[in-house]
Design a protein around this ligand. Structure first.
Ligand SMILES: [Zn+2]
Length: 291
């Protein structure tokens, strides 16, 4: 008798639980919504920092590693360091100094001195400025070695995540901008292209490999970069321009903006939007602006 009573209670309870679950079909929906959303922990998150007339891009990779492409001018060092600290990172796995101009490597010495650093990639070219020497010194003091940034260098090669350096193709250029390390990140179906200050000459050399959903436009939107043919081959949905408000170079140039508009490419500019964060779950792209 007693046993039967317990069985009956268990049966009744199971039935009640079954009823409860079927009464809230939303529970299942909730689960699938959160799987589709871009808040996934394995998202690729790209931060285009508002460093004025300069470049600095922090990338949170879906494998939990971090990459920093450039670190703004010398005066931006604290801003870049604090931005990274606010995201609770104490290590940068991959540092890329695209080319030795101050508006790209200025804050790099402070970043290297502050954080644990995995690998440093820079193009094989010297520059006779204190800024450049400061960066070399910070690398030396940490017993790090510079890996040459050049076409053909693979940084990550997983099934879902690939990071390659696709430029510079040649060993020597007249203009320092064309030594720019161009980084391509592919995550599942989405891809990002970071042009540094590469100009039309370098674009011509990498044309076959530039298809991307998001492009960090070369050289702050100068008309010396972003040829019509390059844009056609790349065919991006989003163009990011990193430039300072009312900068002395008139960046981004009208020609570049017109070309992007003509091609129906969505433009985001740090001089107008502040820091821009782009997230990808590998299939969908989401843009946020932080003034
Ligand atoms: Zn620059």
């Amino acid at each position: 008798m007693k046993k039967n009573k317990i069985k009956a209670i268990i049966f009744a309870l199971s039935f009640l639980i079954y009823l409860f679950i079927s009464y809230f079909p939303g529970l299942d929906d909730l689960k699938s919504t959160s799987q589709d959303s871009l808040e996934l922990t394995d998202a690729l998150k790209v931060h285009f920092l508002d460093v004025g007339q300069a470049d600095s891009i922090l990338i949170e990779l879906p494998n939990k590693e971090t990459m920093l492409i450039d670190a703004g001018n010398n005066a931006d060092d604290k801003f870049v360091v604090n931005y990274i600290k606010k995201l609770h990172y104490d290590k940068i796995d991959y540092v890329v100094g695209t080319h030795p101009h101050e508006d790209h490597i200025g804050g790099l010495d402070t970043v290297i001195n502050t954080f644990e650093i995995g690998n440093v990639y820079m193009p094989k070219v010297e520059h006779t400025t204190k800024t450049f020497e400061d960066v070399l010194l910070s690398i030396k003091n940490k017993n790090l070695k510079i890996k040459a940034a050049k076409a053909g260098v693979n940084i990550i090669n997983n099934d879902n995540l690939k990071i390659d350096i696709i430029a510079p193709v040649n060993e020597s250029y007249e203009d320092l901008n064309n030594y720019s390390a161009v980084v391509k990140i592919s995550y599942k179906n989405n891809s990002f292209l970071f042009m540094g200050d590469a100009e039309k000459l370098s674009e011509d050399e990498i044309m076959a490999n530039v298809r991307a959903d998001v492009i960090k436009i070369g050289h702050h939107g100068s008309h010396t970069s972003t040829s019509e043919e390059f844009l056609k081959k790349a065919s991006p949905t989003y163009a990011i321009i990193s430039a300072g408000k009312d900068n002395e170079y008139g960046h981004p140039h009208e020609e570049t903006i017109n070309l992007l508009n003509k091609s129906n490419i969505e433009i985001y500019r740090t001089d107008l939007s502040g820091t821009i964060v782009i997230m990808s779950d590998g299939y969908n792209i989401n843009v946020e602006e932080f003034l």
